[in-house]
Design a protein around this ligand. Structure first.
Ligand code: AMP
Ligand code: MG
Length: 398
């Protein structure tokens, strides 16, 4: 049986080179950058005031204090968005506002709170050092500096930076269209009465946001009953319309499990079946004409975990992401946790505000109650007993 890291590496190696497209900057949050961004300008683009106050020559106001104010002549007024083409002479000041360009001749800004005025005369009540309250051109970002590199996930902060240097569009990785197909004759759509032995289908609605959060475009298909013909027809449609097809159910060893046979009958090639993890051993990965099958087990917890561990990296890598696996964060066990099986167990856990890690509840592959409470996965090696207080890493970010 494949270990998880080998399985992920095989999946990523099989994927095509990412394609890119132009994306409006304002719609790019969460997308993967596909270009190196070099700053076309300095930030700030010009020396400007960090305060509402008065631009001065620091030397003029040396020694100013409330009992011994320095009087300056008010030369001009510079709101943000305007500039002054003249130059301050000794003994002069300019009224200006946060973000307004510093006039030539001035080298510091006295904040408004340290001043008062009498007609055209301004009384400065406190000294300033040269360059105090001035934001210098290029102190934040230098023209020609690298702002972001290909493979970065675009955050709102990065959007702020790219907007500030004047970009309205970026090149981002194209998003895969991901078909969601649920198989099982026992499955019933929401809103319908449950026949004996039937259950409500929940995997497509659960997987759709996981696909979206991994950057994919989810496309939900109708339920598929357990027959070779129905499964084959459903896969044929989904493979025609999507880049990646994610199925749930029908990949175990039972004679009612048709996903592998239907996929192969369409010409699909199975790359591997079974990964040494719990939950989710029967996971299928295959390729069909440059498109990819992720055959998840039907048990909802198994489908959830295998999608996060094997499907999510593929969706991200497909878009060119530098980091495709779930981020790991440190935590400390708030209670003992053990795994007596011979496979790694990705337990559903919750992490409190102090980083203490607790089991989210019943750890069974059909147990949705604990899945709903979980905010992290804990990778527990085979045959392991961990005491409370053990330092661990938890996988988050889903
Ligand atoms: P399978 O992998 O098809 O053998 O299904 C394993 C278990 O998961 C069975 O109890 C199924 O009824 C259940 N199951 C399969 N698909 C779904 C689904 N889409 N939603 C909810 N439960 C499912
Ligand atoms: Mg089934």
């Amino acid at each position: 049986m494949l270990d998880l890291e080998t399985a992920v590496a095989q999946v990523l190696a099989a994927l095509p080179a990412p394609q890119s497209e132009r994306i409006p900057l304002a719609e790019s949050a969460g997308r993967i950058l596909a270009e190196t961004i070099v700053s076309p300008l300095d930030l700030p683009p010009f020396d400007n005031s960090a305060m509402d106050g008065y631009a001065v020559r620091a030397a003029d106001v040396r020694g100013a204090k409330p009992e011994a104010p320095v009087r300056l002549r008010l030369r001009t007024r510079i709101p943000a968005g305007e500039s002054f083409s003249g130059e301050l002479a000794p003994g002069e000041c300019a009224r200006l506002f946060t973000g307004a360009p510093l006039p030539r001749g001035a080298d510091a800004v006295v904040m408004q709170e340290d001043s008062s005025h009498e007609g055209e005369q301004v009384l400065i009540l406190d000294a300033v050092q040269p360059f105090e309250n001035v934001r210098f051109q290029g102190e934040d970002v230098r023209q020609g500096g690298i702002l972001a590199e290909p493979g970065a996930e675009i955050s709102p902060g990065l959007i702020g930076l790219l907007g500030a240097v004047g970009l309205g569009e970026i090149n981002g990785g194209r998003q895969p269209i991901v078909g969601l197909v649920a198989t099982g004759s026992e499955l019933c759509e929401a809103g319908q009465a449950l026949a004996p032995g039937h259950i409500y289908e929940s995997n497509r609605a659960m997987l759709a946001p996981l696909v979206t959060r991994a950057g994919g475009l989810a496309k939900v298909y109708p339920l598929v009953s357990d027959s070779l013909e129905a499964t084959r027809a459903a896969l044929e449609t989904a493979f025609r319309e999507c880049d990646i097809v994610v199925t749930s159910g029908g990949v175990s060893v039972g004679e009612m499990d048709f996903v592998k046979a239907a996929f192969e009958s369409l010409g699909g090639e199975l790359q591997f079946w079974k990964v040494a993890i719990r939950p989710g051993k029967p996971f299928v990965f295959g390729e069909l004409g440059g498109k990819f099958l992720f055959g998840l087990p039907g048990n909802p917890v198994s489908a959830f975990v295998t999608f996060l561990l094997l499907g999510r990296p593929a969706l991200r890598h497909w878009q060119g992401a530098r980091v495709s696996t779930l981020p790991a964060y440190p935590g400390v066990l708030g209670e003992p946790i053990s795994n007596s099986s011979d496979r790694r167990h990705f337990m559903r856990v919750r992490v409190d505000n102090e980083g203490k890690v607790f089991s989210a509840g019943k750890q069974a592959s059909h147990a949705l109650g604990s899945l709903a409470l979980a905010d992290a996965l804990l990778d527990v090696p085979p045959q392991t007993v961990w005491a409370a207080g053990t330092s661990v890493k938890v996988l988050r970010g889903f």
